[in-house]
Design a binder for this molecule. Structure first.
Ligand code: PLP
Length: 485
């Protein structure tokens, strides 16, 4: 019988796909890896199929199809704005993803900007600001113990910055330039939802702007930039059920308009001579090169679909999955759930855990090979936060760094993460919990080793066949099949 959760707007592409196990059976794929990349919505797939016959170059073509494509592209921009509650005068720049969006803003910071970020961030919201120190400086704040600690630390740091702050050698700094506070909306490691309204109030009270990395927030909770006074938001289509390579940066125009374009090239200009260039206004100024029309349209359709389903309803449902998963995992001996904040605080549907005595990569390999369950493992692109969660100090970090520099292959710290989304059902969480209970009680049913090529745990041998793939002979196979029929 069809799963009613797969009906209508919620339907996901590939929801019923079966995968092979090492033991020879086929199993419905249990996707518990939404936080990394979510499957495409059926509405997105169908919308793109309807748009593709009209696909042509955007903005520069007089042809009817170009005009239709341009209209779709601009509608996508507006759908994104509406979805995140952007203000009418906010710029909506189509990017590749969140990483690209944050790098774009980092490149546009006014000279002398101080960026304040917590050590709990994804690398996408840590590294671009460091790189951006060409234009300013970054101040790191420790992983907060909870929302109150977060707000107090931020308040103190902003106060110091306003007073001029101190240089690393202790000398007071002269005055302050612009300030930007950049935080995640929800942690991709612990699932904690950050208190955006409170952060925005503190930031603005000290004259700073506020940017939200909404990569994990936008798919799971309503975002309202205007109501929460969020100055910038960055998001990724592939986490929003639109895996077609587009994301967005939404926010205040002035910095993006005053800065030189992030990328230089066609589409971003009004006039060029060999000596001079007259840059175009936003959004074109920050969208050099041929835009990803298909990606943008997919993202726009996903935004409209999620809004129609109702982000409040999605958030409530995922909060229940979170509670169920934590309860199931906590009942398994030797399984430890990583949390930095009280469990009673809001969480998105994501749980990170460790299994005593088993490496995270091995646990993930066993769940996949023996049970057809897809999870993520490792450090989740948040090394400083993982070091904190695993209580690894500076010496341990230096040890890993030195071994890597010396060409070694240290056992990397990490954990296992299961994450939920539109297609999740309680039985998926139960399947994972049952599999983990069995692993703890009986051990693996197969042999595994670390591949010298990838450094990842793999079943040995791995008899699972690949499905028919559309590359590497797929076209030839289809042609032959077509000729035969
Ligand atoms: C919180 C957070 N920020 C940023 C990113 C980066 O997203 P992308 O790889 O789509 O640029 C991720 C991806 O996992 C994330 O979880």
């Amino acid at each position: 019988m069809a799963d009613s959760r797969q009906d209508g707007l919620r339907a996901l592409v590939g929801a019923d796909v079966e995968v092979p196990l090492v033991t020879g059976e086929m199993r419905r794929y249990v996707n518990l890896d939404y936080a990394a990349s979510a499957p495409a919505l059926r509405t997105v797939e169908e919308g793109i199929a309807a748009a593709l016959p009209w696909y042509a170059s955007v903005h520069r073509g007089a042809g009817f199809k170009s005009q239709v494509s341009t209209e779709l592209y601009e509608r996508a921009r507006e759908a994104v704005r509406t979805f995140v509650g952007g203000r009418p005068d906010d710029a909506v720049i189509i990017t590749r993803n969140t990483t690209d969006a944050i790098n774009l803003l980092a490149s546009a910071l006014p000279e002398g900007t101080t960026v304040l970020v917590f050590a709990a961030e994804h690398h996408a919201n840590l590294l671009p600001w460091r790189h951006g120190t060409r234009r300013g400086r970054v101040r790191h704040l420790p992983v907060p113990d909870g929302p109150e600690d977060l707000v107090a630390a931020l308040d103190g740091a902003l106060r110091e910055e306003r007073a001029g702050g101190t240089a690393p050698d202790g000398t007071p700094r002269a005055g302050t330039g612009p300030m930007l506070v950049s935080t995640t909306g929800a942690s991709n490691v612990t699932g904690e939802v950050w208190p955006l309204r409170a952060i925005s109030e503190i930031a603005h009270a000290h004259g700073a702007r506020f940017m939200v990395d909404a990569a994990q927030l936008a798919p799971h909770l309503p975002v309202d930039m205007a109501a929460d006074a969020i100055d910038y938001a960055a998001l990724s289509g592939h986490k929003l059920y639109a895996p077609y390579g587009a994301g967005a940066l939404v926010g205040r125009r002035d910095w993006l308009e005053d800065a030189e374009p992030f990328l230089w090239g066609g589409g971003a200009v009004r006039f060029v001579t060999l000596d001079e260039v007259l840059w175009a206004p936003l959004p074109d100024r920050q969208e050099a090169g041929s835009p990803n029309v298909v990606g943008a349209v997919a993202l726009g359709i996903a935004c409209e679909t999620l809004a129609a389903i109702g982000m409040d309803a999605i958030a409530r449902e995922e909060q229940a999955f979170h509670a169920h998963a934590v309860a199931r995992l906590a009942a398994i001996p030797g399984v430890h759930v990583h949390l930095t904040w009280d469990l009673a605080m809001p969480h998105i549907g994501l749980v990170t855990f460790a299994v005593e005595g088993r490496e995270h990569g091995l646990v993930a390999a066993i769940l996949s090979a023996e049970h057809g369950i897809g999870v993520r493992h490792g450090c989740f692109c948040a090394h400083p936060l993982m070091l904190h969660l695993l209580h690894l100090d500076e010496r341990a970090a230096a040890g890993i760094r030195d071994e890597l520099r010396g060409g070694g292959h240290p056992v990397m710290p990490g954990a296992v993460r299961m994450s939920f989304g539109l297609g999740t059902a309680e039985r998926d969480i139960d399947a994972a919990a049952d599999a983990l209970s069995r692993l703890v009680a009986e051990g693996p049913r197969w042999t595994y080793c670390v591949s010298p090529l990838t450094g990842e745990w793999e079943p040995q041998p791995d008899p699972r066949p690949w499905p028919a793939l559309p590359l590497g002979g797929g076209i030839e196979r289809r042609r032959t099949a077509g000729e035969a029929s």
